[in-house]
Design a protein around this ligand. Structure first.
Ligand SMILES: NC(=O)c1ccc[n+]([C@@H]2O[C@H](COP(=O)([O-])OP(=O)(O)OC[C@H]3O[C@@H](n4cnc5c(N)ncnc54)[C@H](O)[C@@H]3O)[C@@H](O)[C@H]2O)c1
Ligand SMILES: O=C(O)CC[C@@H](O)C(=O)O
Length: 526
């Protein structure tokens, strides 16, 4: 019989499901060293946010087939390390949506009516009705940052309370925002005009400290901000200072840069801040939902069936997977690349299956392309199961075309993305059945394997330009691993594809486009 370790408190409904197929050990509060010592015995690990599943733990888990996160965020799991070891990582993308949305709404109302402090004062034996005069949310403006699952529910309820809604989400269509009664605006306008601001975005390199001293300075002195998404999206020191200096009226936080919250400026802010210990998902209903959702997936994988919500391995049948796996990796890589070249919000993705691919089942490749395209916005929240629906919700139209006559490679795939900032295309093929090569960018032929960090330029093919770019990158200590120019005619327009060893430092793209002859530059992380 299989063995499952449950290392965080999980609802009994989940344990009951696991017990149908496995021996279940519940051992919570283990120290990393204790977990490393015992993990080798187990086929599956089920966690919440309390267990940090590091590469070391994954390597010690020699029998592990699946890690189940009873919740949304898998930021406490080293997913790449699990993927390298062939371990499926599953989550529950929707089980706690309502709980988290309601917590954010509760925070907003508690802030506006001083409920935590009024409650504490009565319990101290006081009867003070003057200090706790509040404000109504009716007819006030709520700025929703991130209009995904949780943000959408918050918006719907806030609308019903008579609030005016602004939303900032660069990956959502105007139509979707309008359906929710939200006016889609840029972040600056949202910060300036909102009375309440609520964050519902993932934590990514782009969203880390998205709310900082500069953005806080744009808020009204009477405005309040709520973060029930992820710690680190708000710069905590800047927030504490902004409240203490009266630049904003208050904040409510459920999540923190470091959890559990230790010594922190936030604790010294006083009555204008509400702090809860990551309770967004802590409702009986949500805990039952996520426990059942994840336990069912662990049970299925232990029985050799696909998981419905894997963040790293598709929930498709093993036969389809085996046949299409290399092409799905190609499609996902091209999706990530074209999404980053297009920037902004993509409205149309054209997927063109060429050569022998034209006769293949296209659906998995379209899904893999969309998963890649949406990765920038949704990170681990987009998977092979939800990519299609997430794309629809964002108003991304997909067109599939086929060209069996294309003969350059046995089979190749071309993705073209049209968005608010223009149209870009990329083509790729497999060499030796496995090795991905980029064969065309924006109509310019190249032949380069993708690498984690890349830089693409659109420039005029003229003497000296490569040297100037090389020196500029060198002056920023950027090491070039490889470089190739693709051009159609000599001294015409050309594309340069560079693989670089590290991410480009901030501000360098602007310097690159100042090099005479370089029109555009795009940095890409794959
Ligand atoms: N406090 C809790 O206990 C708790 C519980 C559940 C979820 N969460 C967190 O809540 C957040 C939202 O979860 P969800 O399920 O709604 O996710 P979701 O993927 O459905 O929605 C996230 C939205 O953010 C948008 N987005 C991505 N990058 C953005 C950017 N740079 N600027 C603006 N918008 C951007 C996406 O387009 C998407 O619409 C996540 O961080 C999740 O981890 C917290
Ligand atoms: O397990 C929890 O309570 C955290 C839940 C939440 O942050 C999530 O990502 O689902």
């Amino acid at each position: 019989m299989s063995k499952v370790l449950v290392s965080d408190p999980i609802d009994q409904a989940g344990i009951d499901i696991l017990s149908q197929v496995a021996t279940v050990d519940v051992k919570t509060g283990l120290k990393p060293a204790e977990l490393i010592e015992i993990i080798g015995e187990y086929d599956a690990l089920m966690i919440r946010s309390g267990t940090r599943v590091t590469q070391e733990i994954i390597e010690a888990g020699t029998q592990l087939k699946i890690i189940g996160r009873a919740g949304v965020g898998v930021d406490n799991v080293d997913v790449p390390a699990a993927t390298r070891r062939g371990i499926v990582v599953v989550n529950s993308p929707e089980g706690n949506t309502i709980a988290a949305a309601e917590h954010a709404l509760a925070m907003m109302l508690s802030l506006s009516r001083h409920i935590p402090d009024a409650n504490a004062s009565v319990k101290r034996g006081e009867w003070d009705r003057k200090t706790f005069v509040g404000a109504e949310v009716y007819k006030k403006t709520l700025g929703v940052v991130g209009l995904g699952k949780i943000g959408s529910h918050v918006a719907t309820v806030a609308k019903a309370m008579g609030m005016k809604l602004l939303a900032y989400d660069p990956f959502i269509s105007t139509e979707r925002a309008e359906q929710l009664g939200c006016q889609l605006v840029d972040l600056d306008l949202l910060m300036q005009q909102s009375d309440y601001i609520t964050l519902h975005i993932p934590k990514t390199p782009e969203t880390t400290h998205l709310i900082n001293a500069n953005t806080l300075a744009k808020m009204k002195p009477t405005a309040r901000i709520i973060n029930c998404a992820r710690g680190g999206i708000i710069d905590e020191a800047a927030l504490a200072a902004a409240i203490k200096e009266g630049k904003i009226a208050g904040a409510a936080l459920d999540v923190f840069e470091s959890e559990p919250l230790g010594e922190s400026e936030l604790r010294t802010v006083g009555k204008d801040i509400i702090l809860t210990p990551h309770l967004g998902a802590s409702t009986t209903e949500a805990q039952v939902n996520v426990a059942i959702d994840v336990a069912e997936q662990i049970r299925d994988v232990l029985l050799g069936l696909p998981a419905r919500s894997a963040v790293n391995i598709p929930g498709l049948g093993p036969d389809v997977l085996e046949e299409l796996k290399p092409y799905m990796e190609l499609a996902e890589t091209l999706g990530k690349l074209v999404g980053q070249l297009a920037g902004g919000r993509v409205e149309l993705l054209t997927v063109r299956l060429q050569g022998e691919l034209a006769t293949n089942k296209s659906q998995p490749l379209v899904i893999a392309s969309l998963k890649g395209l949406l990765h920038q916005a949704l990170r681990e929240r987009v998977n092979y199961v939800n990519a299609n629906i997430e794309a629809k919700e964002r108003g991304i139209r997909v067109i599939e075309t086929r060209d069996a006559s294309a003969r350059d490679y046995a089979g190749s795939l071309r993705l073209e993305a049209t968005g608010t900032l223009g149209t870009h295309s990329v083509t790729g093929a497999l060499l030796g059945e496995k090795e991905i090569h980029l064969t065309d960018v924006d109509g310019f032929p190249i032949n380069v394997p993708p690498s984690k960090y890349m830089l693409f330029t659109l420039h005029r093919d003229m003497p000296g330009i490569i040297g100037k770019l090389g020196s500029l990158l060198g002056s920023f200590n950027v090491n070039i691993a490889s470089m190739q120019v693709g051009r159609k005619i000599v001294r015409g327009d050309a594309v340069m594809a560079l693989s670089i060893d590290d991410p480009l430092p901030d501000g360098i793209l602007g310097e690159i486009t100042k090099v005479p002859g370089i029109r555009d530059a795009y940095t890409v992380t794959l």
